[in-house]
Design a protein around this ligand. Structure first.
Ligand SMILES: NC(=O)c1ccc[n+]([C@@H]2O[C@H](COP(=O)([O-])OP(=O)(O)OC[C@H]3O[C@@H](n4cnc5c(N)ncnc54)[C@H](OP(=O)(O)O)[C@@H]3O)[C@@H](O)[C@H]2O)c1
Length: 399
């Protein structure tokens, strides 16, 4: 066990938050200001110094760390500004998205400089492209590159980890995750979703290239997906629809990397809906958007419906919630667990990203490097932090 890479200890900052002037970035800055220790050495970064000054005055009333924040200017289109940013800090947390559009230069700079990195992407193509282009370099420099530190995919990755740890060791295990959530989305998330839908073909071919290269180092253990078809909910109330987000991919990557998931691990990921109209309407609506997003003019029309920078109000977020239920089986045992919390997309994503950055910067973690899942990089340490921050991990049934 070691602290984060000692060679970066003499840098002036523990954490720099990039994208802090955006909607999710602003909420994440407030969380770091409130939850960060008084001794935290940190800065918020963005491309517009005036917006950063406004943010600084907002943070000054948010706890001890909020009074001591510095401002750094950097632009994704100015690679030198990114190199300067990453050389001044041990950890960069970023909310600058859509990540396929803006994300790569920062990952490249962190991988080169041995700087730890956490983002909130839910874009699988981006994660796979970053693995292909920068994983090896990050392994060489010791940088920990941890994508998907928001609602994508922290509750799912850590929720399965929590469930697996309650089941017997060394036996085949199956886990199913059932997601329910209520809330609305920001302009930035909407743009990322539309961009993702317009690139399903490219995403599939990048994933295939990654699988081809990973197959050169076959795992001694088996990791699979459970059959992905609509079914009745396990408690008989409503329907479970296959949910092909980044989350099941992240869960399976953790399972491949960590021995504790057993010799034969299978995972299925579903959206749980209690009503038939949603069960029928959700796939139809998604299919419609997917079709429109394939045509450039259709995609532009979809993008014009929402502007980046805007998001749900505090009152809307206060009514938002999520519950992810996991059913795990193996070695003669069956367990039902649940991870739950408030507004998934923004308030809790801000908590998850800020705690991931604090965890990478301040906690004792196993020595790892390269592109990692949240379980691989932080596991129990991050789960303990999230529990302390109000996200619930519970055992509901155990047989
Ligand atoms: N996985 C999850 O659970 C989750 C949850 C929430 C959000 N997200 C993702 O997070 C991303 C941000 O969402 P959001 O709603 O916060 O978006 P947003 O409000 O539009 O914020 C985007 C940020 O990127 C900055 N930016 C844009 N171009 C830049 C450039 N050239 N150089 C430096 N900074 C630049 C913007 O700076 P300015 O302020 O100067 O414009 C802003 O700070 C999206 O990709 C979204 O999908 C994921």
């Amino acid at each position: 066990m070691t602290m984060a890479d000692p060679s970066t200890d003499d840098r002036p900052y523990d954490i720099v938050l990039f994208g802090a002037t955006g909607f999710t970035g602003g909420l994440t800055a407030e969380r770091l200001a409130t939850d960060g220790p008084q001794s935290l050495r940190w800065a918020v970064a963005g491309r517009d110094p005036r917006k950063l000054e406004v943010l600084r005055s907002r943070l000054a009333v948010h706890g001890a760390a909020g009074e001591r924040v510095d401002l750094l200017t950097a632009d994704v289109n100015d690679v030198r500004s990114l190199h300067s940013l990453v050389s001044q800090t041990r950890v960069v947390a970023t909310t600058v998205g859509p990540f396929m559009e803006y994300g790569e230069p920062l990952v490249a700079a962190c991988a080169d400089a041995g700087t730890d990195y956490a983002d909130i992407t839910g874009e699988l193509e981006f994660v796979d492209r970053m693995w292909l282009a920068h994983h090896e370099r990050a392994v060489q420099t010791g940088a920990r590159i941890v994508h998907a530190c928001g609602f994508d995919s922290v509750p799912h990755d850590l929720g399965v980890w929590f469930t697996v740890n309650e089941l017997p060791e060394g036996v085949p295990l199956t886990v199913s995750g059932y997601v329910r959530a209520g809330g609305s989305i920001s302009g930035g998330t909407y743009h990322s979703v539309v961009m993702g839908l317009s690139r399903v073909g490219q995403s599939a071919s990048v994933a295939a290239e990654r699988r081809r290269l990973e197959a050169r180092n076959p795992a001694s253990r088996r990791v699979r997906s459970l059959p992905q078809r609509p079914a009745k909910a396990p408690d008989g109330r409503g329907w479970a629809l296959p949910l092909p987000t980044i989350d099941p991919v992240v869960v399976r990557r953790s399972a491949r990397a960590v021995e504790r998931y057993g010799p034969d691990f299978a995972y299925g990921h579903y959206l749980l809906t209690r009503t038939l109209p949603v069960a029928v309407g959700a796939p139809v609506a998604l299919g419609g958007m997917l079709a429109v997003a394939q045509i450039p003019r259709g995609r532009d029309l979809l993008l014009r419906l929402r502007s980046p920078g805007e998001g749900p109000s505090a009152a809307q977020r206060a009514k938002s919630w999520f519950k992810v239920r996991f059913v795990g089986e193996g070695g003669g045992r069956r367990i039902v667990t649940q991870v739950s919390g408030g507004d998934p997309g923004y308030d809790e994503t801000a908590t998850m990203l800020s705690q991931s950055a604090l965890c990478l910067a301040l906690d004792e973690l196993p020595t790892t490097a390269g592109q990692l899942t949240t379980v691989q990089a932080m596991g129990d340490a991050l789960m303990a932090r999230l529990q302390a921050a109000g996200i619930r991990f519970e055992i509901l049934e155990y047989q």
